[in-house]
Design a protein around this ligand. Structure first.
Ligand code: FE2
Length: 379
């Protein structure tokens, strides 16, 4: 029997979430990496991002270097350290390449900080006003799971390229976009028995609501298990699934992540496209390795998801997963880890009406990662 819990109609949930913290979307995601220059080249070449802004020695920044790249509404910042004892390098030594900041675009970064800290958030950065000839930006920040930070970015009075201190980065190397549009969701892996604590944090501190939950009966194999809940903000633009390990005979894939990342952190970023077949075809040409889905997944596809407009031949060839909720269906595929440690990966997602997630794909992802875990000897 399934223990999947569709708590309410997602549309209703989005209305129920509290609006003391209106989030206009994700402004940027910043990764701390070992080599910003080379990482940036990889994300541009493979995932089709374009150069946007730069901060480093040439702009007077003697401690850290950041390359900012963009595709439609997705903005990534790749930051490394010039010096050995910086916070950036300490983070990198401990976690490897990983997500440090998930920055929300807001109208008022001071109020966002005050409202969330009042509700129990641990402050990371008091509101700071940064200024240059293009105006000013106000940023503030609070801790979420592990050493991951949510920033609030207010940029209504700024028309520079990114932030004060950055210059526009004009590059002669502009690989073609692969059709990525926006960040659909950001998934966090947290420790044993911590999922409910962090769901409570998103609910009480950020005013999110839970849209779905999967327990270990939904997501398990003979050997391993995990649990997951999906939290969403009021307008549904920002979704944060939270995973925790669950007991099985062998080590959960969430534990594998926690071991290699040395604590909780971002497991994957889901990037939306409106033509997943084209996007994945392009990614394959550019050498991206995807998770393997057993061909038997497609045998009962139509029974499970009903009519779809895509040609199953391509979905099967590329290993694209399909699932359904009450509002429509969605297509998803997952890359293998983007970095040496089995930690961070990307998901490519196309929504055709579905606002939430389906259990079938969750399970399929879980099984595919378990197969990889086995090949790494960490199962
Ligand atoms: Fe996902």
């Amino acid at each position: 029997m399934s223990n999947i819990k569709e708590l309410k109609n997602p549309n209703k949930i989005f209305e129920d979430a509290q609006d003391f913290l209106p989030l206009l979307g994700i402004d940027y995601v910043e990764l701390y990496v070992g080599n910003s220059k080379q990482s940036t080249h990889y994300y541009k070449s493979v995932f089709g991002f374009q150069s946007e802004a730069y901060s480093g020695l040439e702009t007077g920044n003697k401690e850290t270097v950041s390359h900012v790249i963009r595709q439609e509404k997705i903005r990534l910042v790749l930051t490394s350290s010039y010096k050995k004892d910086t916070a950036v390098n300490k983070h990198f030594n401990k976690h490897g390449d990983g997500v440090k900041f998930i920055a929300f675009l807001v109208d008022d970064a001071t109020k966002s900080f005050e409202e969330t800290v009042k509700r129990g958030a641990k402050p990371y950065m008091n509101p700071v006003r940064e200024q240059d000839e293009n105006g000013y930006v106000v940023r503030s920040g609070i801790y979420t799971y592990g050493e991951t930070i949510h920033l609030f970015v207010e940029r209504n009075n700024y028309d520079g390229v990114f932030l004060p201190g950055f210059k526009k980065w004009d590059s002669s190397y502009n690989p073609q976009s692969i059709g990525l549009k926006y960040i659909d969701h950001v998934v966090g892996n947290v420790g044993w028995n911590e999922m409910n604590k962090w769901c409570k944090f998103y609910k009480e501190v950020l005013g999110f609501s839970q849209i779905i939950s999967f327990d270990d009966d939904d997501i398990s194999t003979e050997y391993t298990a995990l649990m997951s809940k999906v939290m969403s903000n009021g307008n549904g633009r920002v979704k944060f699934p939270i995973n925790e390990p669950a007991k099985g005979i062998n080590k959960s894939q969430i534990e594998e992540y926690l071991d290699f990342y040395n604590g909780p952190g971002v497991q994957h970023l889901a990037l939306a496209t409106d033509d997943i077949i084209n996007t994945v075809s392009e990614l394959r040409k550019r050498g991206v390795e995807m998770l393997y889905v057993p061909e038997t997944y497609y045998d009962t596809l139509i029974d499970r998801v009903g009519d779809i407009t895509e040609d199953i031949k391509y979905l099967k060839e590329y290993g694209i997963l399909i699932d359904r909720d009450d509002d429509g269906y969605l297509l998803q595929i997952f890359t293998k880890p983007l970095v040496d440690r089995p930690t961070l990966f990307f998901e490519i997602i196309q929504r055709k009406g579905a606002k939430s997630f389906g259990k079938g794909n969750f399970k399929a992802l879980f099984v595919a990662i378990e197969a990889e875990q086995k090949s790494r000897g960490t199962l």
